[in-house]
Design a protein around this ligand. Structure first.
Ligand code: WTA
Length: 663
């Protein structure tokens, strides 16, 4: 195991997961499944024989190009890639119009299920009209090709329509998760210089309407690049209204023409920006472009999820505020012409079997979700899914964090009827699409492991010195060794940060993913979590620095350190250590409560610390860096590790003593 961690206490990958708990059952693909599967062994051979040729074929066969490309990859300015150079296409045309043109206009694109039980069925022909209308409406609000549009919407069909309308115009969207705060929205709007925001009056959460528009109002008051706010009426709640700025969706979209020309855009035209947490407090605007991104989204949704558009009902439970919602609700499945379910609400409203009821109702055949959800269902009990008919399910997917073998086996048995293959898919906002995963018709599954790079993708595990590791169980860093079509094209407005973050740790040849990994004796890759200061809470990326800066922005806090501690349900949980300013220390409990709410207000409820511990000192190196590794030991109730690089090694004793007193 590489002794890595820099003095700052950056995590080194650890091999804490059990290597394998494979059951006795046969986990190779059934012959019937293999016979009908989209993903085949030949794909591996083709990609191996000719990497660029393989991707060129995927791009040409899966997408409709208005103008063919003349070069597959231009890597001459690495790490800035250009894919399918000279090609032109329209993403919305590919996701909607061409299916109608091909005679599939009556096929259902979206089965929408509102939390309260209201439903809408939208065919491809209807979606085409909806997208055209929205595109016309956005243009009437002054949105032109290249302008950025922020989208702050709940999981309702208008979210998909808005994204496609932007794509149609060539106006990059920046979707901001509806759970983020007004402040988080304001920074993202400012960074992308968004002209228009699309939002709703509110959304339904846990049976109640929750307002959304007030956050937008707060985010765009004062100096703001936003001149129009387009508002969908969802909850009928009271909203404040600015006549000069706000427009109702039903006023401008419903009355717009349902004809809109899908002008082709350059293959490298920016499609969207999506902000994600990095190792500093400032979120990174990851941006993706048109041809390469869509190729990879469509290809992976076909070969990994095994979508057969004419017969499957697909359901990805992610929110469109995350990359999974972008690639595997909007762009991948719609490019493939699939029929999918979109559910607005929470899994336990009005009862804990809601998801399984939806699977039964729509005969969902492919389900793509996150380990944190699976672990929650395990906790709720086997008897809940057992009450529903889940026999339609034939492929299960997992994404967002490592899935522990126990959860994998539960998912397989209680949801997949010990029959449906599970694809554990590793990828990132930055990669645009799935990178490491079994192919369900080819791979013999290994519970808990994402297994191998899919055809067209190459990965390695490197040690500290950048040497490839192949020994089973040797823990190192995951890198990607060849450019891929869905790769991020950069960080919006900050090319240097892009180079520095992803292409410097092991030199310009390797994309550094930030995840620890190892091989097992069968050659499967096991992902072991982040090796940087990024936490993964319920599959959502949060940066320690971002939460620390939220904490120190409160008048009571002198200093703060945040770590991700292992949590049974959410994977990791936010644990904060704070030094209070004089005068606040006497009201410890009250202040802690206030601080938790303060973080929720600054960033969003997902960032709310599970625990805040008031301490007198923080462990620091001689150069003044906080050693988070030691704090993680405390948060996880472990023996504290090596303290020799601390400036003052007695600090940890002080903290531990303080802990035992406070718990
Ligand atoms: C983690 C989500 C293990 C990983 C698509 C990665 C995973 C980060 C898996 C990206 C998986 C995602 N097994 N770890 N199957 N999938 N991760 O950008 O640490 O929200 O770097 O993209 O999630 O999170 P992001």
């Amino acid at each position: 195991m590489p002794e890595t961690a820099s003095e700052s206490g950056t995590t080194s990958p650890s091999a804490s997961q059990p290597a394998s708990q494979a059951p006795e059952q046969d986990l190779s693909p059934s012959p019937e499944f293999a016979a009908g599967a989209n993903g085949t062994a030949e794909l591996f051979e083709q990609a191996e024989a000719d990497h660029e040729g393989f991707w060129a074929t995927q791009a040409r066969e899966r997408l409709t190009w208005a103008k063919d490309f003349d070069r597959t990859l231009d890597w001459s300015e690495a790490p800035f890639a250009k894919w399918f150079v000279g090609g032109e296409l329209n993403v919305a045309h590919n996701c909607v119009d061409r299916h109608v043109d091909a005679g599939n206009g009556d096929r259902v694109a979206i089965h929408f299920e509102g939390e309260g039980g209201d439903t809408r069925t939208i065919t491809y022909a209807e979606l085409q009209k909806d997208v055209a209308k929205a595109a016309n409406a956005l243009e009437s609000l002054g949105v032109a090709k290249g302008d950025r549009v922020a989208i702050y919407l709940p999981m309702i069909p208008e979210a998909v329509v808005s994204m496609l309308a932007c794509a149609r115009i060539g106006a990059p969207h920046s979707v901001v998760f509806g759970g983020f705060s007004a402040d988080a929205l304001r920074t993202r709007i400012a960074d992308a210089e968004a002209k228009v925001v699309i939002t709703a009056d509110g959304q339904f959460r846990r049976g109640k309407p929750a307002p959304l528009k007030p956050a937008v109002d707060a985010a765009v008051t004062g100096e703001s690049p936003v001149h129009k706010v387009l508002v969908v009426k969802r909850t009928e709640g009271e909203v404040e209204w600015d006549d000069a700025r706000d427009v109702w969706w039903h006023d401008v979209v419903d009355s717009a023409s349902d004809q809109h020309e899908a002008v082709p855009h350059d293959s490298e035209h920016p499609l969207f920006i999506l902000y994600t947490s990095g190792t500093t407090g400032k979120p990174k605007g990851i941006f993706h472009t048109t041809g390469g991104y869509l190729t990879q989204a469509a290809y992976t949704n076909s070969v990994v999820h095994d979508v057969h558009p004419e017969s499957d009902v697909y359901w990805c439970t992610a929110d469109i505020g995350w990359v999974t919602g972008h690639s595997y609700i909007v762009y991948g499945p719609l490019a493939n012409g699939a029929t999918q379910v979109i559910y607005e609400g929470t899994p336990d409203t009005p009862h804990q079997g809601r998801w399984w009821e939806i699977v039964e109702k729509y005969k969902v055949s492919i389900l793509y979700t996150a380990p944190t959800a699976i672990r929650t269902f395990m906790k709720w009990g086997d008897d809940i899914p057992a009450k529903f008919d889940l026999s339609s399910l034939r492929v299960l997917g997992s994404v967002g964090e490592p899935i522990n073998p126990e959860a994998w086996l539960w998912y397989r048995k209680h949801i997949g009827g010990d029959r449906a293959p599970i694809v554990d898919t590793w990828w990132q906002t930055e990669t645009g699409g799935i990178m490491i995963s079994p192919l369900p018709g080819v791979t013999t599954l290994e519970p808990g492991s994402a297994q191998r790079p899919i055809p067209g993708i190459s990965a390695e595990i490197l040690d500290d010195e950048g040497q490839p590791l192949h020994d089973p169980e040797a823990v190192g860093y995951l890198v990607l060794t060849k450019p891929w079509p869905g790769m991020l094209r950069g960080i919006w407005g900050d090319p240097e940060r892009y180079r520095e973050t992803y292409w410097s740790r092991f030199g310009e040849k390797y994309y550094f993913a930030g995840d620890g990994a190892k091989y097992d004796e069968k050659g499967n890759i096991w992902l072991l979590g982040r090796v940087d200061d990024v936490m993964n809470v319920s599959g959502h990326r949060l940066s320690t620095a971002e939460i620390e800066s939220a904490l120190v922005s409160h008048p009571s806090v002198a200093e703060a350190a945040v770590v991700g501690a292992t949590d049974e349900t959410t994977g990791q949980a936010v644990c904060a250590f704070v030094i209070l300013r004089g005068g606040f220390a006497d009201h410890g409990d009250e202040t802690v409560q206030e601080l938790r709410n303060h973080v929720a207000k600054e960033i969003g409820p997902i960032a709310k610390p599970r625990q805040i511990m008031v301490v007198a000192e923080l462990p620091k190196t001689r150069s003044g860096k906080i050693m988070r590794r030691l704090l993680r030991d405390v948060a996880e109730n472990r023996e504290v590790g090596d303290v020799t690089t601390l400036a003052d090694s007695s600090v940890m004793n002080l903290i531990k003593q303080g802990m035992s007193g406070s718990s």
